[in-house]
Design a protein around this ligand. Structure first.
Ligand SMILES: [Zn+2]
Length: 69
C-alpha cells in the first residue's frame, strides 16, 4: 500500500514550475510559468509553452505544480 504525501496549497509568488504533459506524445516536462522563451516537447517538438512577456501560455496539459523548484 502506498501512501501519497499531500502538500498543502500555500500562497506563493505567481511564478512557479509546472509539470506539463505534451498532448501529442504524453511526454512530461518541467516548464517555468514565466518562461522567457518558447518551450518545445523534447520528444515530438510540439509547442508546450510560449512566452508572453508575463505569464507564459501553456499549451500542454498541466499535470502538477512544483512547489520547490
Ligand atoms: Zn510531445
Amino acid at each position: 500500500m502506498m501512501l501519497m504525501k499531500r502538500s498543502k496549497v500555500i500562497p506563493k509568488p505567481s511564478s512557479q514550475f509546472l509539470s506539463v504533459e505534451c498532448k501529442k506524445c504524453n511526454n512530461s516536462m518541467v516548464v517555468y510559468s514565466h518562461t522567457t522563451s518558447k518551450i518545445y516537447c523534447k520528444v515530438c517538438n510540439e509547442l508546450l509553452a510560449e512566452n508572453t512577456g508575463g505569464k507564459a501560455i501553456i499549451y500542454g496539459k498541466i499535470i502538477k505544480r512544483l512547489d520547490n523548484p
